[in-house]
Design a protein around this ligand. Sequence first.
Ligand SMILES: [Zn+2]
Length: 449
Amino acid sequence: MGIKEQVYLYSPVFLQNLLTTLYGYQLQRDRYGPVYQQRFQELMDKRAETIDVAADQLKRLNEFLLFCQHHSPYYEALFAELNLQLPFEKLTDLKQIPPLEKETLRQHIGSVRTDLPAPIIGKTGGTTGKSIQVHYTKADMQIRMAHLDYFKATHGVEKGMRRISFTAQALVSEHQRTPVYWRMNRALNQLLFTVKKISPRTMTAYLQAIDEFDPESIDGLPSAMIELAYHAKREGIELTCRPRAIFPTAEMMTREERQLIEDVFHGPVFDQYASSEGAPIVSECRCGQKHLHYEMGIIELEADGEVLVTSFDTHGTPLIRYRVGDRMTSSGKTCSCGHLGPVIDSIDGRKRGYLIKPDGQKVFESQLSSLVKVLPNSVERVQYIQNSERDITFLYIPDWTRFSSEHEQQLYRFLKTLLGADMQVSLRAVQEIPREVSGKTLLVKQMMA
Ligand SMILES: [Zn+2]
């Protein structure tokens, strides 16, 4: 923990609120500067125009590749070796550049890095256990913020509206016992809730604070929203807030969990995919379709569904055809909402991984999360832990008002069918699923990688 965090955590609550606001103003300058303003305006203005998406992407791609050639030693050498002729004449020319594997990036991270000041650090890691630090410039960050705010604006949410965010930041001292687990950032009119203090003992206080603040939008880690929503249902707590939209980030959720959040918090959920590794943003429109923000980059789908991302707004650690580790499908259909970005039908493996069967076959999250459909409402949350090749621990939080021993047998049968007879599966009913250091709750904990 840095000195700043220590000072913060040992300050009284009113001072913590002040520090949160001051930090908010600093972030505001970094994130909402001139580059942000310009891109946000561009996106808003463009809504009425007809755009040739491929031509627009090609132009941005060429600018980005030229930038990489001039500022990144790795790409300068690679392009020379490939005898690449820039600018490209068509988007498919991009295939002349080989995919960038995580391992390659890790080994060459120093020479991929450009000569630009890029003080913002993002971490990659995910399910593989490999951790790579990537750098972003302040301008890169402002472009991301502009696209996120544009996404929110299309759902009627503007900057400055009352906003609640669930964050994994500490915010609250370990020693604090009074039930004030939130801090106000007046710079953004944002009430921050730390997910680290959410427990059966504190959840009612969280829900009351949400209702009192009466948010116009809610965002952040969905696992927190889900836990609170279950608690509200269990305790019969009826919220009066009516947010215009709810924007979960960073974790995948099932259809049922999404429905639950909408029911309890009384607002529509719109999902987004914004990998911390600098993949272009994919966000959901009012028709429920997921669109690529094509101004931010290119997503190529390999035959097996794995994606390669080229991200135009990675000027610190440029990513070209980077195998980010996620899978998507796209049927190339269009949408009537007016967003011109290609429609992505599904996104899989969002940082939460898979189980590996002894024969090497992977069982992905979408299959694993379908389990709860077998037992509607009698299981609140689950976690799969793969301890070794043939050993899986399955944790679940039963809703004791509905759960019976018969359900446990059903669970066991389902898991055996899904994972095969070779796999040892032990089931354990628990009160809560432990959170990771990051504050997230994982569906799959892969200990084998
Ligand atoms: Zn759409």
